[in-house]
Design a protein. Structure first.
Length: 445
């Protein structure tokens, strides 16, 4: 009897002291979010280092399973769970999600120690920087004095490399990140302060190409203990992503970027010229009629400008954007160029015919379309002889036509040196749809 009483009293004491025998409460994510760390164990994670995710994403299922399984010994040696916290001893592989993510909003808390250096890899690419921001940390010479939260692996001087403000809390306190990633554009808040504003994150592994469309989240380790908790993620759908891109970042209101003018009213083709009878206007969209085409254009001549719009492309759909079109002829040759609008799965084409390409002259990067039933957001900036195309937040073309020496078919394009002309759509018999079409002129500097 006395033994039972002693055991009962001991149990009460353990409960009062917060005994590790009592299971931690499962983290409760905000509405719309899911918990990446379940508060109990390392399920859903494996280990990788700073390595090009394109390589392991290209592995066979069997080879990747071997790589993943082999990483777990290291992960279990350096990562542990204490209550509702993920703890790393400062060494070993980086905790890496099994699942790959595209556009998302990520919330997490971290707490680290003096001299530590860590970070968060987005889609497997380094990194949102975390480090000791004190002078004693010894890294002021490489930017630690500016604070955590920057896209530290961006090129020197590039937007986003350094945080806008220093927002770190003192050692021993928890810091909170909010990270929104749409395409290659990243916005970051650290402890409620906006430190990165809709900046393009560069592809550390191939700076000539955009960052990957999908990839894992990684929690880096680099020389000092770091703890993580409340790791929550919400995936962002196409409509929300398009709104974020149009507004120039999350939490911004429409029209924040002044200067754009709607050139399609969503009701009719008033102000447009060319074979407008070959296009239908319905539910705020303009659609090329199946089996018909021709180039229609807005009747205001432009020199340097930015155009933005949403595009929906049916399977094998083919259309184009007329750039500095003279008002007659084939815009791919008589205009400065035709920027292709094409289903990304279109087969048997020259790379210079892919979506976003300056037709027949410069190839755009492929693989950044949304599914054919979803709307894509695209911006095109034409300045002098240069053209930049951003599709769904990824820069897929950034070229100078003045440097082009080789042409598809071996024939130079007569209009490529035009300095002004019309903007429009080059229909090619497929029901490609456009909506929310706006332009902004760029004045002489």
């Amino acid at each position: 009897m006395h033994r039972r009483i002693r055991s009962f009293i001991a149990l009460i004491i353990l409960i009062a002291l917060g005994s590790p025998l009592i299971a931690a409460e499962t983290p409760k994510p905000p509405k719309g979010f899911t918990a990446l760390f379940n508060g109990k164990d390392l399920a859903g994670w494996w280990g990788a280092t700073t390595e090009d995710p394109a390589k392991y994403m290209a592995m066979s299922a069997e080879d990747f399973a071997k790589k993943r399984d082999a990483s777990l010994k290291d992960i279990n040696a350096h990562w542990s769970v204490e209550g509702d916290e993920l703890v790393n001893d400062g060494h070993g592989l980086y905790l890496t999600t099994d699942k790959y993510y595209g556009d998302f909003e990520l919330l997490l808390d971290y707490k680290t120690v003096a001299k530590a250096d860590s970070g968060i890899y987005l889609r497997g690419v380094p990194q949102v920087q975390i480090w000791d921001t004190t002078k004693e940390g010894g890294k002021w010479g490489i930017g630690a004095d500016k604070g955590s939260g920057g896209l530290w692996n961006n090129s020197k001087g590039a937007p986003g490399k350094d945080p806008l403000v220093l927002a770190d809390k003192p050692f021993g306190e928890w810091n909170s990140f909010r990270i929104v990633m749409v395409g290659s554009r990243v916005s970051i808040w650290l402890n409620g302060k906006h430190v990165i504003d809709h900046a393009i994150m560069e592809n550390y592994f191939n700076r000539k190409a955009p960052i990957y469309k999908t990839g894992p989240i990684q929690l880096q380790t680099h020389g000092g203990e770091i703890r993580w908790r409340n790791v929550f993620l919400r995936e962002i759908g196409a409509d929300e992503a398009n709104t974020i891109l149009r507004n120039g970042g999350p939490d911004k209101k429409a029209g924040a970027d002044a200067g754009f003018k709607a050139i399609f009213n969503g009701k009719d083709l008033n102000g447009w010229k060319g074979p407008v009878q070959n296009y239908d206007v319905k539910d705020g969209t303009v659609v090329c009629q199946k089996g018909k085409g021709g180039t229609i254009f807005y009747g205001e001549e432009l020199a340097d400008f930015t155009a933005r719009m949403e595009i929906r492309i049916p399977p094998n759909g083919n259309n184009g954007l007329a750039i500095r079109y003279p008002g007659s002829g084939d815009t791919a040759y008589t205009g400065m160029c035709e920027l292709q609008t094409l289903d990304d799965n279109y087969k048997g084409i020259d790379p210079r015919q892919a979506h976003g390409s300056a037709y027949g002259m410069v190839a755009a990067a492929r693989g950044f379309h949304r599914p054919t039933d979803e709307w894509n957001y695209q911006e095109v900036t034409v300045k002098g002889s240069t053209i930049k195309v951003e599709l769904n937040g990824f820069v897929i073309l950034d070229c100078d036509l003045a440097t082009v020496k080789e042409f598809m078919g071996g024939k130079p394009h007569a209009g490529m040196n035009r300095t002004s002309g019309y903007f429009g759509f080059a229909g090619h018999s497929d029901p490609v749809a456009y909506r929310n079409v706006e332009v902004k002129t760029i004045g002489a500097e």
